[in-house]
Design a protein around this ligand. Structure first.
Ligand code: ATP
Ligand code: MG
Ligand code: MG
Ligand code: MG
Length: 576
């Protein structure tokens, strides 16, 4: 089917939208791909929807290729499964919660681990059923504190989320590797430059979780990479002028301060009220507390960090005594200094919000956000301190900031800092969700065996923006062929009937040959048509114009700008 500009539901804009700061946002709006409905909420117009669907298709093909099966969940979900894992509370203000007419609690799904675990539990019961990998491409909802950059950080967005279910750790490692390889193929196919970095800021540490970051100056993640080896790490060390609040005494050479504005008092109070038999109110201020928790029956301790400003110190012993010992324990601040891996880290507001508050302890990592006043008296906002690299086990922070020019930890090359957009994230979750729902398979020996899970996400709608960030110039978008809204943009540049007829004929032939065509058959000037074609960013522009008198048409490469005349009679052959 030929897409005709004369009837396409499209209005391009000459001016950047007032609220747009990054190129992808400006261009996707100007080129008529998306329109803003509310903060972080966008509609997809025909051209945008095409790009989105093409990316979805790439993702779908690669997921199917590793044997994952597509299913589809509702976005509107009951509270109960999320209560069972505490995420109803822990997700904090990022969760869209709503009530139905009977007063029942519902949410709009921010991610679906609970539902997938429950569904597998409902269908499968024997070891013979496993392993299994399931996925969906679905709309997710997160009430992001700062929706940003158009569709880059939406409050409604499209994610591919998949989940693996295995009988043992080896199986999980295999499912994880399959996903990792599939993600590499996906991001290669959509034409992105990206790095894979160990993600230590989430619920897991080390190689059990990795992020895929599309290289982009406008990204919110900072990583370092070696100039010579493939080493890359998501080590964020952003110098920030904001003043630290409430210095915390410590043995470390550097002073570490609380992150201000911790938004979790209600979350914590809810959590403590749900998990202890003591009743807390927001006035019962807790200060500098890490709450250590574990699911019933699980051996995994998890840390809940709380940095709530307040004027009253909580009596830790009293608090601890009032908690169910097997379920929740509190680590007091003094323990931080004694413990090599908790020395100076606080899990900060962003990490709390992003990751739903719970953390596994990786002894090598302080998963957290801290304000560090360095020897140079400047403040650094540091995420993911690594023991041994950033501080010694006795608690001294040596180099909280990774600077460009530092030697790469693998001894090859020097580090350079760069910024990236998180486009994918793979996790070995382990048994957290299986524990919450007693997801077991009856083993060969007749005994139940607890399933171990992985979860894997691709930001499908974010990819549209990430690709646009990497692939544009000052006049418009430049799509990689695999995801472009069409293959060839045919511009009829002239009023003569012969030009129009030839343009129509070439477009029809291309279409018949399976080439996706946008045909600019409008009665506007060639200048307007060229400007629009550049803005829209189809990889090849074919100009049918005055050259026809010499029997030629012009083929323009949108990316390089190269122009070549080809014989009109050979144009279709040239392009297929
Ligand atoms: P971020 O750090 O950017 O907030 P996240 O770590 O919270 O992302 P995950 O829970 O890992 O996100 O979700 C999987 C993927 O979904 C992410 O890698 C990202 O590509 C995408 N994603 C997450 N939040 C958004 C959003 N608000 N808008 C668009 N895509 C998103
Ligand atoms: Mg997030
Ligand atoms: Mg993230
Ligand atoms: Mg993530």
């Amino acid at each position: 089917m030929i897409t005709r500009m004369s009837t396409l539901f499209l209005r391009t804009l000459r001016e950047d939208p007032a609220d747009a700061e990054v190129p992808s946002h400006k261009l996707l709006v100007r080129a008529g791909y998306v329109r803003r409905i509310a903060p972080g909420i966008y509609s997809w117009l025909p051209l945008g929807l095409r790009v989105l669907r093409k990316i979805e298709e790439v993702v779908r093909e690669e997921m199917n290729a590793i044997g994952a099966q597509e299913i589809h969940f509702p976005a509107l979900l009951p509270k109960e499964p999320y209560d069972a894992t505490n995420r109803w509370t822990e997700y904090g203000p990022n969760l869209f919660r709503l009530k139905d007419r009977k007063g029942g609690d519902y949410l709009l799904g921010p991610t679906h681990e609970e539902l997938f675990a429950l569904t597998v539990k409902g269908e499968y019961s024997s070891y013979k059923d496993y392993p299994v990998m399931l996925y969906q491409i679905q709309t997710k909802y997160r009430d992001e504190e700062r929706p940003r950059a158009g569709i880059l950080r939406g409050r409604e967005f499209v994610m591919k989320d998949s989940y693996s279910f295995d009988l043992d750790d080896e199986g999980l490692a295999n499912s994880y590797q399959l996903h990792r390889d599939a993600y590499i193929r996906i991001f290669d196919r959509v034409g992105l430059r990206y790095v894979i970095v160990a993600a230590t800021s989430g619920a897991m540490g080390g190689s059990a979780s990795e992020e895929f970051l599309a290289e982009s100056e406008t990204g919110e993640d900072t990583f370092v990479r070696s100039t010579e080896s493939g080493f890359a790490a998501n080590v964020e060390a952003v110098v920030t002028p904001a003043p630290p609040a409430e210095p915390v005494e410590g043995k470390a050479a550097a002073e570490v301060h609380h992150t201000p504005n911790t938004p979790t008092i209600e979350t914590l109070v809810d959590y403590l009220n749900a998990n202890t038999d003591r009743k807390f109110t927001a006035a019962d201020t807790l200060k500098n507390v890490l709450v250590k928790t574990r699911q019933p029956g699980s051996s995994d301790w998890q840390l809940l960090a709380v940095g709530v400003p307040g004027d009253r110190e909580v009596d830790m012993k009293r608090l601890e005594a009032s908690l169910e010992p097997a379920e929740v324990a509190l680590l007091e601040e003094a323990d931080f200094a004694a413990s090599p891996f908790l020395v100076k880290g606080y899990i900060g507001p962003k990490a709390l919000q992003d990751n739903g508050v719970r953390y596994l302890v990786d002894p090598r990592v302080v998963t957290g956000t801290a304000w560090v006043t360095g020897a140079d008296k400047t403040d650094h906002h540091v995420v993911d301190l690594l023991c041994g690299r950033d501080f010694t086990p006795d608690g001294t922070i040596e180099a909280a900031e990774v600077r460009e020019g530092d030697p790469s930890p693998d001894g090859r090359g020097t580090l350079v800092a760069a910024r990236g957009i998180e486009i994918g994230h793979i996790f070995q979750l382990g048994r957290k969700y299986a524990d919450a729902f007693s997801l077991d398979a009856l083993g060969q020996d007749g005994k139940p065996k607890r399933i171990t899970m992985g979860s894997y996400g691709v930001g499908v709608s974010r990819l549209v923006a990430a690709i646009a960030e990497q692939s544009h110039d000052e006049v418009g978008l430049v799509w990689p062929r695999e995801v472009a809204p069409a293959d060839v943009h045919v511009v009829i540049a002239g009023k003569d009937e012969s030009i129009r007829e030839r343009g129509e004929a070439i477009a029809a032939e291309l279409d018949a040959a399976g080439v996706q065509v946008i045909l600019d058959d409008r009665t506007v000037s060639p200048g307007v048509k060229f400007a629009d074609s550049e803005l829209i960013g189809v990889p090849t522009v074919l100009v049918v114009g005055k050259g026809l008198t010499r029997g030629v048409v012009e083929v323009r490469d949108r990316r390089s700008g190269d122009r070549a005349e080809v014989e009109a009679d050979n144009a279709v052959q040239h392009l297929i």
